[in-house]
Ligand binder design. Sequence first.
Ligand code: MG
Length: 399
Amino acid sequence: NSTNTHSLADQLLSLPLQSQPGFGLLFDIDGVLVRGKMPIPAAKKAFEKLVNSQGQFVVPVVFVTNAGNCLRQTKADQLSHILGVSVNQVIMSHSPLRMFKKYHEKCVLVSGQGPVLDIAKNLGFEKVVSVDMLRESFPLLDMVDHNRRPKLPVRYSNTNLQLIIDILLTNGNLSTTHHTQMSPHLPLLACNMDLMWMAEAQSPRFGHGTFLVCLENIYKKITGKELKYEALMGKPSELTYHFAEYLIRCQAIEKQWKLPITSLYAIGDNLMTDIYGANLYNRYLEERVTRKNPKTVAKMVAATGSTTAMPQEEEIDNTWESELAPPSATSCKSVLVCTGVYNPNTEVPSDANHCIKETVFHGHRDFRFDPALVEPVHIVQDVAGAVDLILEQEKFVPQ
Ligand SMILES: [Mg+2]
């Protein structure tokens, strides 16, 4: 009733201003802080408020991107250079693999772009094989690429699809023939589900999600069964947010900030990755608060369409929860900016409900389209607007 609302508002207004943060920020990179190699002007303005005179962040901050074709440090160095602040907490699509310790000593095949062997070793994998190494060891397996053109790297090629299918259908023993009824197949971990992405071309380009669509369909066509992922990571997977939350908690501990980090704000320009992901993780956090039993929550999260594919009979392997301590965050609010893929040339809608809904779902097979998940909590013009809004909401005044 109105009396209660009133007294609650009074209480909120009388809260003291905070000089230590009880919140953390997740920044998407492309379309929020930079476009290509150019900084977005609002980014510099935003960081002026978040960095002290020694250039250190006064709130816990992570930079979350679905890019995966370089080392974390390389991305951090690029970003530091472009933005003129010292960035070290970058989460890439493959970063949560660090949590999958049970595979770190196993022999793993890595398929992807960039320095894949270095990336995998950096994440903790000890026995790493690349598609190129396989091709060289088993030259007869690669009938796809007859005319090798060394000057043109083959990207997301048929060769990778062929050799991954070979590995799955031979249970990793390439000298044997295919067994199409192999069940379960070897564990598969996929990073970055983006179907498409914007590069310099006029229209969007195939992303890693397109590669996964091919792999899933080839596997199903050959075996009649669904390909099963051990885990999917990169936004909007809550694995990525769980890892981000963990890094934010670590920063707060390192800086000896006393308040627990209870609120997260995820700032991004993409409804299907940044907003969907933040809202999905928020749903997970809320359910976690209401139900203390983590197993039940994991099942609910899986049932709403996320981390673990096809959870029917099997016990859900809650690797990420056992690897990291439970989250201290109880909410993750999505903040949409208009400097990237979302409505770059239109005015800020006065109401979040005016948001355009996707009519074709470009999300991954194992994620369901839920209109509520692409509804941002806040819409602002740019990242500076986002930071102003958050500092005000949190009543935060840096010392
Ligand atoms: Mg973006």
